[in-house]
Design a protein around this ligand. Structure first.
Ligand SMILES: [Zn+2]
Length: 200
């Protein structure tokens, strides 16, 4: 397909998404809007991967069926997130245990604040670029799309150990057990060693 035709189909799809914020659209409609090009789905993907539009599918939200698309936010993600190298991205996600560093949501699992959304992780800055933060992995962290939408300029605020322990001690027994389950899953080897010490 000539580049001009490809750009034309993508532009038509972009304009249609922006004119239909918040409305779920099916594949038939999008194919028609693209001018019936066979690669309309690839053009939609490019709007996501190259232009940063957060077009949601059934992979993001369990209330969408396969073949349904939804754009809620007209503002594309910053170009930085699209140009960051695969290696850096993988390194930061792995270091952060594929867990949002603000709310603790885990990649691919239903989001704790909005269970209809599956957690999608992005790479964000710890110190925002507008405050002089660098693109270096030491200044990057995994952050979910829900937190990222509201927290672009917030710095990471970890609770102190003392405050954290107070919170856990005040929680219900059921919630404490949930914390224990989460910690055992996260640190299985430590848990095993710890239990051996307790039994001895
Ligand atoms: Zn989050």
């Amino acid at each position: 397909m000539p580049a001009g035709q490809r750009k034309g189909a993508r532009a038509k799809l972009r304009a249609h998404f922006l004119a239909n914020i918040g409305r779920v659209m099916g594949s038939d409609e999008l194919r028609r809007v693209s001018g019936n090009v066979s690669e309309w789905a690839r053009r939609v993907r490019e709007l996501r991967t190259e232009e940063g539009y957060q077009i949601l599918t059934h992979n993001d939200r369990s209330d969408l069926k396969p073949g349904e698309y939804l754009l809620l936010n007209p503002t594309p993600a910053p170009a930085f997130e699209r140009t960051i190298s695969k290696e850096t991205r993988a390194f930061v996600l792995d270091r952060n245990g594929f867990t949002c560093q603000m709310c603790g949501a885990v990649a691919g699992e239903p989001h704790p604040y909005d269970p209809s959304r599956r957690t999608r992780l992005q790479i964000g800055h710890i110190i925002d670029k507008s405050m002089g933060g660098k693109d270096d992995p030491s200044n990057l962290r995994a952050i979910c799309s829900v937190c990222n939408e509201g927290a672009r300029n917030l710095t990471l605020d970890r609770p102190s150990l003392r405050k954290l322990l107070i919170q856990v001690r005040r929680a219900t027994g059921a919630d404490q057990l949930e914390v224990l389950r989460w910690l055992v899953r996260k640190f299985p080897k430590h848990a095993e060693r710890f239990l051996k010490g307790v039994r001895a």
